[in-house]
Every structure is written in C-alpha cells, then in structure tokens.
Design a protein around this ligand. Structure first.
Ligand SMILES: [Zn+2]
Length: 242
C-alpha cells in the first residue's frame, strides 16, 4: 500500500456481484481508511439465472437491489448502473464514452477493473467475455480517453466533463499480478457482501465462505511480505506523466 497513495477509487465491473468478488475486501479496507469509493456496474445482469420462469425484469431489479445491499455492507453509496445487456458487452465507443464520463465525473485517483488479458484460468475456467470486454473498454477509457479533450468531445468536454488524469489503474483477477491488498481484516465483511447476491450464490450454501477464503489465499501467493488473505491486481502507474 505504501507505494501508492490515493483518496478516491472508482471500481468498474460487468455484473452485479463481480465487484465484491474481485475487490470486495479491498473496498472494505479502503473504506475503513477513509477513502471515497464509487462503483460503476456495466450490465443489467439479465442473464444471471437459468430458471426459465424467472421473469427478466424481476431478475434485473433483484440484481440491482442486491448490488445496492452489498454496497451498503462495503460502505459505498455512489453506484452507477450503465444498463448494458448482460452477455452482450462489446468494447464499443458508446461504452468507452460512458466510462470516460464516469471517470471525469468522480475524478478518481485510482481506477479498478477486470484484467482484459485473463482468458483462461488454469485448466478449469474460461473468463466471461463481458469481463474481458469491460477490461478492454476500460483500458481505452483510461488512456487515451479520460485525459484527452477531443475524445467524444461534443458529448463530454463540451458538456462540462473536463479531462482527468488518474494516478494508477488496478486490474483484478489478473494472470500477472504485481500489487496486493491485505484483506485479512476485511475477509468476513467481503464474504457477507458477496452472500447478499442471493440470486447468484445459493448453490454454494455454506461452502461460499470456505471458497472465498481459499481464493483469497491463492490470491495472496506472490505477495511480499507474505499475506494470509489478499486481492491481487496488475497495477499500471501513470504518476510520472503528471
Ligand atoms: Zn461477472
């Protein structure tokens, strides 16, 4: 933590619950340190149930309300839902523009989002394409997007969204992490916040806490000094350009 000092963090993610899975412990830790945190949820979560009788609009509403509940637990009140269709995210100019607008509105020091280079995880997981596409669009929104006046100028700069430079970006669930947040004190609150996403997690039951702790232990591998539970990120620093 000493290598990067910041006050404001904005966390971008594809689906309601991704934020807590990826960075929930970090958010609890940062909130406890008095940092200001904002969330930006890209999709409406409409594909998050395989129950053919679960009405689409009810699922979308349930996921938004679960996300608001989870944010209360992690101590965050600034949440934006961009409302893109679940499972249909592309690295589009529309999404880049929306992300730039959010960055210019909140003016974070640090932006957090999914690492777009994570395609496979070990031999057991193909990353959700929405996660990769959100990461790709976010990279473009960070650089050259947020600091560059001509980017979507009529919709952004000319409407009062002034260019903004961030200090660093942290990409979660990264195959090449170089930044670790100690979440030992925050892990129980993280589990509580993830559990709130009841439309997504009922199948895990009591195994959820165990799995989250296992994941946090795996994430901590590679941390120096060693940590028990961590969330790890690929950090990109922009300080030298300021
Ligand atoms: Zn997701």
């Amino acid at each position: 933590m000493s290598e990067l000092e910041f006050e404001k963090v904005m966390v971008f993610f594809a689906h309601p619950d991704d934020g807590e899975f990826m960075a929930g412990g970090s958010m609890v830790q940062w909130a406890a340190e008095g940092k200001q945190i904002a969330l930006c949820v890209v999709t409406n979560g409409s594909h998050g149930s395989n129950d053919p009788d679960f009405p689409r609009e009810e699922l979308i509403a349930a996921r938004e309300s679960e996300q608001r509940e989870a944010a209360k637990i992690t101590g965050i009140s600034d949440i934006t839902f961009l409302g893109y269709e679940d499972c249909h995210v592309e690295d589009s100019h529309e999404l880049r523009r929306d992300m730039i607008r959010e960055i210019r509105r909140f003016k974070p020091d640090v932006v957090v989002g999914p690492d777009p280079t994570m395609y496979f995880y070990a031999d057991m997981y193909i990353n959700h394409p929405d996660h990769r596409k959100v990461g790709e669009a976010l990279c473009a929104a960070i650089s050259p997007g947020a600091p560059t006046v001509p980017m979507y100028r009529e919709e952004l700069h000319d409407k009062g969204f002034e260019p903004h430079h961030i200090k660093a970006a942290l990409f979660g669930f990264s195959p090449s992490p170089n930044y670790y947040v100690d979440i030992e004190k925050a892990i129980d609150t993280k589990i509580e916040a993830v559990t709130v996403h009841q439309s997504q997690t009922p199948e895990f039951g009591s195994k959820l806490a165990e799995r989250m702790k296992f994941m946090a232990g795996v994430m901590a591998e590679g941390a120096h000094p060693p940590l028990k539970y961590a969330e790890s990120y690929r950090a990109i620093y922009f300080r030298e350009r300021d």
